[in-house]
Design a protein around this ligand. Sequence first.
Ligand code: BEZ
Ligand code: FE
Length: 293
Amino acid sequence: MREEPHPVTPDEITAAARKSFDGAPDRRLRFLLQQLVDHLHAYVREVGLTRDEWEAAVGFLTDTGRTCTGSRQEFILLSDTLGLSMLVDALQHPVPPGATESTVLGPFHVEGSPLRPMWSSTVEKEGSGEPALVTGTVRGTEGRPVEGALVDVWQNAANQLYAVQDPGQPPENLRGVFKTGADGAFAFWSVRPVDYRIPDDGPVGKMLAATGRHPWRPAHLHVMVSAPGYRTVATHLFDATSAHLDDDAVFGVKPSLVVDFVPHGPEEPGAPEGWNGTWYSVERDVVLVPADD
Ligand code: BEZ
Ligand code: FE
């Protein structure tokens, strides 16, 4: 093949684009970009991408960027719905057997949730949903309870919305941080989460609609646990009765993360005061991997 300053054939164009990164001083960056050129060019060849399709793709990515704001990250949503977020996580964070598996962080986590006392409730608005008591112990894979672990939780209300999406909820509704004591135990009241749609009023929603996909996620409670000396895990507790466990729009379900919300009658001991309907309990330990493993 000619080593041309003016590449003309498809192979010359690919070779020239690849070679243009030869001088990148950072080896990893050079590798990432040359592989990107190879794979992108191979994709264009394989699918026979037309000029119109290229323009539509550029338009779609432009819209995706324009949809991002301080509180909305449409590119991460695109990554989530293409399975990319879960793939990166699976490759980066394989966990040893017995450790709690991770899943997508999602866009609704808020830094600095209030530190709440054990056994208190994250519910700040009446009508947020059916009460659920969540209990468990944070342990290391070596079996010891973890003292001083921060259990950061957030979830949606019965109207499907997280407080950050919903001006009708107090901003700290259904979120909080709980700090474990020497026994590693945590316990808090919340509500039973419900199935909900990922934000589908933007370009990602259009992509889902154009391809016959739905935007639903199975009901879940987000839990992120960090502790000195351990790897932080961002995970979910998925409701075993959800209709969308097998078709999560962002591919986040792992069998080990599915839990039972056990129903209880109002007459059962431990029922929340003043509540006359069914309430639920969920028990799930969180098992952390030591940071040096
Ligand atoms: C969530 O679980 O909050 C979420 C995750 C990925 C995309 C959208 C929402
Ligand atoms: Fe969520």
